[in-house]
Ligand binder design. Structure first.
Ligand code: HGY
Ligand code: MN
Ligand code: MN
Length: 414
């Protein structure tokens, strides 16, 4: 199936999508259910309607744009990703999978291809953890990893509930109505920038993802006594920030102690209270992210971190409370789907290699209700979650062409 990818149109659409941001270019900040997010969603929906797709949205805002096949009763083949962006991020993370998926559908249609199975583009709500502290919110709800209790339990930093945010954005109904079961889709493919340097370093244009790392995140709240920065003498202090610093370094030590390059740990959030130059920190909130392809090894790091928290609390006379936000198993991609994508590469003389994904993606949860596979394209210097994130139009077009090849093969034969 030879298709013509309209790379100029796709690049223009990616640039337009990037303008829906709460910070000036080249950075993009687009937090779920923000004004920018809602305007971005409206823009993508308009493009899907212009492409002749039918649209449905579920109770948490996952958006489905369907190209109905000649046999609409059959489970559809789906593709998609996310359009929300963490603060001061780039313009390709997630969006390449949404607008690239749309371009793959348009190119197939314009080539005269007509699918037997419907092909559905999915825009997942809140792949990023920014607002509610947990990633892949939309795909978790969709696959049942989170249930209706999330409506009340998940709150933003101001205490506003998921239920309030989603209903204000116009998404109503019980969260449970968003649930899809195994068999709803025949296959799910996700195109995404690598967010690492392997493909660029090796000069390989396409990565076929075999497994997605197991993410865990936790919140650590520390409480000391605070006090006057001048009058309170060092022996009398219970400084919450110094305790937090020890814990962050203990995390780094526990991660390095596994000896495995696949183990990573990050203390990405550190909020100090009262955050005054002449006041000893009395409270600190840390948020920590730990990942590994090997789930048991990741859990070993979590256990070592918990031990370090108890030790530091005892030694420094600090109260420490840890809350596990999520701890998910890794996902393994479908060998059949990977073979279909490898064949789509070979038919186009596109070199490819198998690899793991160290970032998590909505495919991590879609794997619980369908066979999945991911396609990676290189991004410059492996940079992501930064304004200088960049993927070339050529790299994107290559990914879209292989995605189109995979979708057309799966929509016709399986
Ligand atoms: O953090 C991640 O792996 C993804 O980019 N949200
Ligand atoms: Mn991301
Ligand atoms: Mn992403």
């Amino acid at each position: 199936m030879d298709v013509n990818i309209n790379s100029a149109r796709l690049s223009a659409e990616l640039e337009s999508l990037a303008t829906f941001s709460s910070v000036p270019a080249p950075a993009v900040t687009r937090v779920v259910f923000s004004e920018e997010d809602l305007r971005a969603r409206a823009y993508v929906k308009r493009l899907c309607l212009e492409a002749g797709l039918s649209i449905r949205e579920d109770s948490v805002g996952n958006t489905f744009a369907r190209w109905t096949g000649s046999d609409p009763q059959l489970p559809a083949v789906a593709t998609g990703s996310h359009i929300d962006a963490i603060p001061h991020a780039g313009r390709y993370d997630g969006t390449v999978g949404v607008l690239g998926g749309l371009e793959a559908i348009r190119a197939l249609h314009d080539s005269g291809f007509r699918p037997r199975r419907s092909i559905e583009l999915v825009l997942f709500t809140a792949e990023e953890p920014t607002r509610f502290g947990i990633g892949c919110l939309g795909s978790r709800i969709l696959c049942g990893s989170l249930d209706g209790a999330a409506d009340e339990a998940l709150r933003d930093s101001q205490g506003q509930r998921l239920r309030e945010w989603r209903t204000a954005a116009g998404y109503r109904g019980q969260l449970s109505t968003a649930r899809l079961d195994w068999g709803h889709y025949a296959a799910f493919l996700e195109l995404h920038i690598e967010q690492g340097r392997l493909l660029e370093q090796e000069g390989v244009p396409l990565g076929l993802v075999t497994a997605i790392a197991a993410p865990a995140s936790l919140r650590i709240e520390l409480e000391g006594d605070g006090g006057h920065a001048g009058a309170l003498l060092m022996p009398d202090r219970h400084d919450a920030f110094l305790a937090a610093s020890e814990i962050a370094l203990a995390l780094e030590a526990a991660v390095k102690a596994t000896g495995a390059i696949d183990t990573v740990g990050t203390t990405g959030v550190c909020e100090v209270f009262p955050c005054a130059i002449n006041s000893v920190p009395s409270r600190v909130k840390l948020e920590v992210d730990v990942r590994d392809i090997d789930e048991a090894r990741r859990d070993g790091v979590l256990a070592a971190l918990s031990t370090a928290c108890e030790r530091v609390a005892r030694q420094r006379g600090i109260r420490v409370r840890t809350q596990l936000l999520n701890s998910d198993p890794p996902a393994h991609c479908s060998p059949e789907l990977l073979a279909a994508l490898a064949s789509a590469c070979d038919q186009r003389w596109i070199a490819h290699r198998r690899m793991v994904s160290r970032a998590y993606h909505d495919s991590l949860f879609m794997a619980r209700i369908a066979p999945v596979a991911m396609l990676f394209i290189p991004c410059r210097n492996g940079v992501s979650h930064r304004p200088d994130e960049y993927a070339s139009p050529e790299a994107i077009a290559t990914g879209v062409a292989v995605l189109a090849g995979g979708l057309s093969a799966l929509a016709d034969t399986i």
